[in-house]
Design a protein around this ligand. Sequence first.
Ligand SMILES: [Zn+2]
Length: 93
Amino acid sequence: MKEITKISRVVWTDHVEKTMCEICKTRYPGENWDAQKYGDVRRTTISYERGTRWTFYQTKTISYDICPKCFEVVLMPFLATFGAEPTITEEDG
Ligand SMILES: [Zn+2]
């Protein structure tokens, strides 16, 4: 027979205090860029993943933290000079 006692356990997780835009060097609190109120979403994703996911898992991801303003004002016009067109996905619910 086991005698059980409840104990508290500390779990450490990563918490992003600030995110700095790689282009304009502005530091934003947290990881949701310039979100003003609860529920606002401001996410940018610029990454490249390469590797293998077959019988074993070995990948490498290269990414940049680019703020929404630089995404629209710097990155999109830059990519447009190459004729790149964005894929726009809308979610409504
Ligand atoms: Zn920026």
